[in-house]
Design a binder for this molecule. Sequence first.
Ligand SMILES: [Zn+2]
Length: 146
Amino acid sequence: MLGISHLVAGAAIGAAVPDRGARTATVLASHVLLDFIGHDDHTVSPVTQGALAIGGVAVLASTWGARSPVVEAALVSAIPDLEVLVDLALGRRFSHYLFPSHWQFRRTRGSHPYRLPGRTVHIRAEVAAAITVLAALAMLGIGRRR
Ligand SMILES: [Zn+2]
């Protein structure tokens, strides 16, 4: 899934789970579960993915506070994808990835052994869902700070 999707899922968990240990474990589990769903993130350039992610963090930081558990959980949820980002930046040099939901049989699309069967979520639907949840979280954050 896109970084923005992981960030938003992590932020939602951050808003709901007060205990830091439980929150971190839940956030990392959410990353695995979201990666189980077939997705189209290779159709979005790394620059656009980065812009979406930075924009998402900016919205969460400005509405919940930069040091809030919500922002912390959002960042933790996206950390596993750094290995993919670094690999792409280096020209796909890694022979394998560390995070379980990134494991692949081969380095080609559709080779993920863990993907759920069924249709791939269209990238537009994924971005729309992420931005909708981000907007709801922003409204919740603004409401809590008043
Ligand atoms: Zn991932």
